[in-house]
Design a protein around this ligand. Structure first.
Ligand SMILES: *[C@@H]1O[C@H](CO)[C@@H](O)[C@H](O)[C@H]1NC(C)=O
Ligand SMILES: *[C@@H]1O[C@H](CO)[C@@H](O)[C@H](O)[C@H]1NC(C)=O
Ligand SMILES: *[C@@H]1O[C@H](CO)[C@@H](O)[C@H](O)[C@H]1NC(C)=O
Ligand SMILES: *[C@@H]1O[C@H](CO)[C@@H](O)[C@H](O)[C@H]1NC(C)=O
Length: 947
């Protein structure tokens, strides 16, 4: 308690500035700007202008469009297409670029846009409502009417329900030049172009079963149909997924499919009626699992293509040449079978076509013209998994070739390999992070256990146990003494910041992602990934929660399954099979081992609670239900919001929410006592245009306080948080009693026992109360609220946590519009700020200042500094052993972590503090004392004689 008081004093002494200093950026924080896993057909190298180096462009599976610098893997620019396309559309995205043109053109849903390749600025955009985009190509023609640097886009709209339409969009404005409507019920499949024609390919359902491929040629200038023919493929093609390849924009556009038994490959050169059949060699003794076709995407390139075959354990490829005049296809050579999976990429240099083959151990480059190997490099370190797809850039100089390839691995990593050397790795799977926690180190487990034994033993037994423990600790003494000189010396050399490791500042973070992987992120090494493992064979892992125990962490998924991993090595230690669909996971923090209880969709806990405790659950139909340990079968209470309202969120105080002081000392030295009920729950319910915030006592279900806001736009984000004796929420409100209150609002409410200072309310004199047996006795809090107009929406709220709750708390708000996270210091939001007048001296002494309805976000509150931290869904906070310091981790899109010191780092020596100088001063003073002491004594003696 005395320590707490001292810290409180210390915290009060320091001036309150909350800014992050520029020299701390990248020291105390790290940021992984992510795109999501790059998609197969929309990733490429492209040179945005003749004078600049090429960049790597991708449209990821999360529909984030981005340009990456291939040198270091940093993001040059990115755009979120989900945000821009019409809501409810989306699914598949397309990205195309054309040599000699700066623009990259993207499409997602009904949204087509063109971006400047160098800086990501929007060139044009156009929105369509008739069906999602099914394919997109850029028209490469020697068209004199088009400006040389822009390419018109050919866009195919429509979905499996039919009603396809092809539009030509102007390359500089995005306007529609012509439109071709397909009135049949065919499935619109793809568009493709040759130098003279545009081909619209659709699938016509045949009478019996299967589909015929219908190729319609369109005039480039008018969009009118010039020709149409049907390829009888109905015995082979069962749907769009049966077609292996449709080449676009090549000198020889192709369409490739195979028969159902995968014995022959059928190849048609678009525009001709001839279907070439090629027998598929099947002498591997294994079933062929997949066939992929790779062809160059450039008009002037040689008409060559590669077919890649894969069985469970091996892969090989065949290269074909097309005779354009005769519309025939012949095999040129074969790339040997290897007992590994391969990924192939096509690149061209003028007319020459190169194929790059990436296996786990090597990179091989061949020319399409002949089978001679141009370059072969063993990988410096084997790939961390198989490459799913890859893009590459081949540079030739005389006979020498160099290659760099960016491969997407099965793990979701995106890795650049330059001539066999690993360039960079981007862990794009982290963009699908669903849950995270800080790891607990294993070495403290033993001590915790020992302390527990002592805590439960008799007085005498505990004493003996403790003495024994200390004797056992003596074995470490010689080592410790031996290390001592080294530690003293290094402590003078290194600055304080790097010495914080012992205070739990650099804990690693365990993150579970939706592709079934678990990552460990080392916050001491700028967020480097120390390990990543595939924990579950799925791509849709719906992780609900991660719970850390000393040395291990357990990931709980919504199907009732769980996986426990060793946090040091990433080994899977234990696994629980799926049991039942769960709505959520409740974690009850008990002394050392957290108890985890799954909650079914109807809100019933999976297993009975044991020990003291209560649980409130939310069912999928929007009821809030309270459960108690001694009454497991039926809920103790049930809360249903008023008619027409729906519960959208229930939050409780954080499990670690220490209260440093039970009252607030006012300027006149009287005390306002805080209403500190550990069992508070804040429920958010929304109606048509209203939102109600209910404060419940979680044990009895009694409503302690409710506040209804009208004119609320419930489609905008509504965030809320509760901590200590206060809660906050934000929403968009359109109409209000006060005419100027229109916009985003942030409301803060503080709870006190009584409106009168020095009064403890109705229960003040009683020593205890029970919310179980005396619901009527449960006092209601005195609530003081204040609302602020804020400049932009808040999508998520959290509260910074420190070890003892002494340092000022920050209200952490995620701002989706400015892509930032801010920490608003609680004193700024004090609802007791005087309204309409300046504070009287007693109030000023408390730190209150005049209320103003507009709360501008101060630049110093941005804990993300100037970074663009996008897509954040969750912000976590954790205390460290230092009272001043709180750890923050944000995930959901990007990954961002930092540490904040809301009351400044009052318990850490600053970077400017020189221990050496202190030591020199102490030594110098010592020397002075030794020299001066005899002199002074002699002077005193002399003085005595003289007297
Ligand atoms: C190829 O051969 C294997 C074994 O001989 C057989 O199982 C498979 O069905 C054949 N065909 C294909 C297309 O894999
Ligand atoms: C975790 O792995 C490390 C290193 O492999 C090992 O020393 C430790 O004992 C393991 N911990 C647990 C709890 O299995
Ligand atoms: C709580 O107070 C009541 C009377 O006010 C008393 O009977 C009861 O024993 C007290 N309980 C505890 C745990 O102190
Ligand atoms: C992209 O925008 C959508 C919709 O606004 C949002 O849900 C998502 O989090 C954003 N993603 C990123 C990475 O910013």
């Amino acid at each position: 308690m005395r320590l707490q008081a001292a810290l409180l004093l210390l915290a009060a002494c320091v001036s309150s500035t909350w800014a992050i200093y520029p020299d701390e950026v990248d020291q105390i924080d790290f940021h992984h700007a992510l795109l999501g896993v790059p998609s197969t057909h929309s990733t490429f190298f492209h040179r945005p202008s003749a004078s600049s180096a090429s960049l790597l462009y991708t449209l990821s599976e999360k529909l984030i469009l981005g340009a990456v610098n291939p040198k270091d893997g940093s993001i040059v620019w990115r755009q979120n297409l989900t945000k821009l396309s019409l809501p409810g559309q989306g699914a598949e995205g397309f990205l195309r670029a054309s040599d000699g043109s700066d623009a990259v053109v993207s499409a997602a849903g009904g949204y087509v846009s063109s971006w400047s390749g160098l800086d990501g600025k929007l060139v044009w955009e156009n929105r369509f409502t008739d069906g999602p985009v099914a394919d997109l190509e850029l028209l490469e023609l020697d068209d004199p009417s088009a400006a040389p640097t822009t390419r018109d886009a050919i866009v195919l709209f429509g979905d499996n329900a039919g009603s396809g339409s092809v539009r030509r969009l102007d390359g500089s404005s995005g306007g529609v030049k012509w439109e071709f409507k397909d009135d049949s019920d065919d499935i619109p499949f793809q568009v493709s172009s040759s130098p003279t024609e545009i081909f619209y390919i659709s699938l016509q359902s045949s009478l019996l079963k299967g589909y015929k491929i219908k190729v319609t040629s369109l005039d480039v200038l008018t969009g009118r149909q010039t020709q149409q023919h049907i390829l009888s493929s109905d015995s082979d093609v069962a749907g769009p997924e049966s077609i292996l390849f449709t080449g676009a924009n090549t000198a020889s556009p192709l369409i490739v499919w195979s028969d159902k038994s995968r014995k022959t490959l059928k190849i048609n050169v678009l525009g001709s009626k001839r279907v070439n059949s090629v027998t598929i060699g099947n002498d591997s003794g294994e079933e062929i699992r997949s066939i992929m076709v790779h062809a160059p995407r450039q008009l002037n390139s040689l008409p060559h293509f590669l077919v890649h075959y894969e069985t469970d354990s091996s892969s090989w490829a065949e290269v074909f040449h097309v005779d354009l005049k005769a519309a025939t296809v012949s095999m040129a050579y074969q790339l040997p079978r290897v007992q590994e999976k391969s990924a192939f990429a096509t690149s061209n240099k003028d007319a020459n076509v190169y194929f790059t083959r990436i296996t786990e151990s090597e990179t091989v480059v061949v020319s399409s013209a002949s089978h001679g190997i141009l370059g072969r490099w063993n990988h410096q370190s084997p790939l961390s998994g198989r490459a799913l797809h890859t893009v590459s850039e081949v540079v030739t100089k005389g006979d020498a070739v160099a290659v760099r390839s960016a491969s997407v691995l099965a793990s979701g990593d995106w890795q650049l390999i330059r001539n066999g050397q690993t360039g960079w790795i981007r862990h794009e799977a982290l963009a699908g992070a669903l849950a995270a926690t800080w790891a607990e180190s294993a070495d403290r487990e033993e001590l915790v256990h020992e302390l527990e034994v002592e805590g439960h033993g008799s007085l005498y037994g505990a004493y003996i146990h403790r003495v024994k423990r200390h004797i056992k600790d003596l074995q470490y003494l010689p080592d410790w003494l031996r290390e001592l000189p080294k530690r003293i010396i290094t402590s003078f050399i290194t600055d304080e910041v790097s010495n914080l490791n012992n205070f739990g500042v650099f804990k690693s973070i365990i993150v579970a992602t939706e592709n079934g992987r678990v990552f460990s992120i080392d916050s001491g090494k700028h967020g480097a990934v120390s390990w990543s493992v595939k924990a579950v064979e799925t791509d849709k892992w719906n992780v609900k929660s991660i719970v850390a125990q000393p040395g291990t962490a357990t990931v709980y998924a919504d199907d009732g399954s769980s996986v426990t991993l060793n946090v040091t090595s990433g080994d899977i230690v234990a696994r629980d099979a799926p049991s039942m669909k769960l709505n959520s996971i409740a974690v009850i923090d008990q002394e050392s081992t957290p108890v985890v209880i799954g909650v079914k969709e109807d809100g019933t806990p999976m297993k009975p609670l044991d020990g003291p405790g209560f649980l409130i659950t939310l069912s999928t139909d929007g009821r809030v239900v309270g459960w108690r340990a001694d009454n497991n079968q039926s809920p103790v209470w049930e809360f249903v919001p008023s008619q027409g309202q729906k519960v959208i969120r229930a939050t409780a105080r954080p499990s670690h929410d220490p209260v440093a002081s039970i009252g607030k000392v006012l300027g006149d030295r009287s005390v306002l006592y805080k209403y500190l009920n550990p069992n508070l729950a804040l429920i958010t319910a929304v109606g048509d245009s209203s939102a109600t915030f209910y404060l419940l006592d979680a044990i009895s279900g009694k409503i302690l306080y409710a506040s209804t806001q009208t004119g609320v736009d419930t489609s905008q984000p509504i965030a809320s948080v509760i901590s200590e004796n206060w809660f906050a929420y934000s929403f968009w409100s359109d109409v209000s009693d006060t005419s100027d209150a229109k916009g985003y609002q942030l409301v803060i409410s503080e709870l006190y026992e009584s409106p009168v200072p020095n009064d403890r309310g109705p229960l003040g004199s009683s020593l205890n109360y029970s919310s179980i047996y005396g619901v009527d006795m449960l006092p209601e809090p005195h609530v003081i609220s204040q609302a602020y107009i804020i400049p932009e929406p808040i999508s998520h709220m959290a509260v910074s946590q420190t070890r003892q709750g002494i340092a000022t708390r920050l209200l952490l708000c995620t701002l989706p519009e400015s892509n930032a996270i801010i920490g608003i210091p609680r004193p700024v939001l004090d609802p007791r700020r005087p309204v309409g007048r300046d504070p009287i001296p007693a109030e000023a002494e408390e730190g209150l200042f005049k209320y103003s309805p507009f709360l501008e976000f101060d630049g110093r509150w941005f804990i993300t500094h100037a970074r663009d931290v996008t897509g954040i869904k969750t912000v976590l906070s954790s205390p460290t052993l230092l009272e001043s310091t709180s750890l923050i981790f944000a995930f959901g899109g990007d990954i961002f972590a930092t540490r904040v010191t809301p009351s400044q780092a009052f318990d850490v020596l600053g970077k400017g503090f020189s221990k050496l100088q202190l030591l020199v001063t102490v030594v110098a003073s010592g020397v002075c004392v030794v020299i001066l002491a005899p002199m002074v004594r002699r002077k005193q003696v002399n003085a005595l004689w003289k007297a």
